[in-house]
Structures are given as structure tokens and as C-alpha cells.
Write a new protein. Structure first.
Length: 140
């Protein structure tokens, strides 16, 4: 490749640093996992909505703490993919153009995975506490 001859060509051939978006990591806290577990066990729609609001508030607070910004347009924060169905009547324009909220579905899966890992960690701690408890005899 031949070097640029004039300064303008040189400027356009200079490499530049590509910046990756640093806000792609989803903050998931123990408080959010606890709220998610309650959300999954909600018995009524009102209880589900209240817990979803609390979860959204915890998510926004964590975002504000980490980045100084919030994302108020990210509602709903999570949607169970099993029940995320097209709400519009068949044959209507909204029904034909409806798309699932993939960001909310992905957040549900991330919270579900974090919840599974938290339960496994709690189970491992209880097993290790029970196993380390008392059958060993002190050396004389």
C-alpha cells in the first residue's frame, strides 16, 4: 500500500480507536435475584405487577450507581418467554406487526440463570456447613 502524499489523504488513512459500548453488561444484584424469585412465585396479577415494579426500581438504582444514568424506557424489565404472546386479535395490523420484547426475554433468562446459581451456591454452603460441623474428633 502506498503512503498518502498530502496531509488530507494522510489524515483519512490514520487508524482510529473503536470504542465498545460499556453499558452492555446487565447489572444483576442479590436484591434483584430475591425479587425475581418472589416474582416467579406471585399468585395474583396485582402481586406480580407490584414485584415487577420493585424489580424495575432495583435495576434502575443499580444502573444509576454504576453509570450515573438510568434507562426509563426499558419497561418491562423482564418477561417470561413462555407467556409473552401476541395480545392483538388475529387479522389486525398490530397483530401482524407485533414483535416479542427480546431484551426483556433475555433479562428473564439472565435472572433465571442467576437465580439458579444463587440457589446452587446456597445449597453448597449448607452442605459444607453440615459436613464440617462435628464428626471430627480433636487430636489429643
Amino acid at each position: 500500500m502506498e503512503a498518502a502524499r498530502n496531509p488530507i489523504e494522510q489524515e483519512t488513512l490514520m487508524p482510529y480507536k473503536r470504542r465498545a459500548d460499556k453499558h452492555t453488561d446487565t447489572p444483576i444484584t442479590p436484591q434483584m435475584i430475591a425479587l425475581f424469585d418472589k416474582l416467579r412465585r406471585a399468585r395474583s396479577e396485582q402481586q406480580y405487577d407490584d414485584l415487577h415494579g420493585e424489580l424495575w426500581g432495583a435495576y434502575q438504582a443499580e444502573l444509576r450507581a454504576r453509570t450515573g444514568r438510568t434507562r426509563p424506557w426499558e419497561w418491562p424489565i423482564c418477561v417470561d418467554p413462555r407467556y409473552d404472546e401476541n395480545p392483538y386479535p388475529h387479522g389486525t395490523w398490530p397483530h401482524a406487526n407485533w414483535q416479542p420484547n427480546e431484551r426483556a426475554r433475555a433479562m428473564w433468562r439472565q435472572l433465571e440463570q442467576a437465580s439458579r446459581e444463587a440457589r446452587a451456591a446456597r445449597a453448597a454452603r449448607t452442605v459444607s456447613c453440615d459436613g464440617a460441623g462435628g464428626s471430627e474428633q480433636p487430636a489429643a
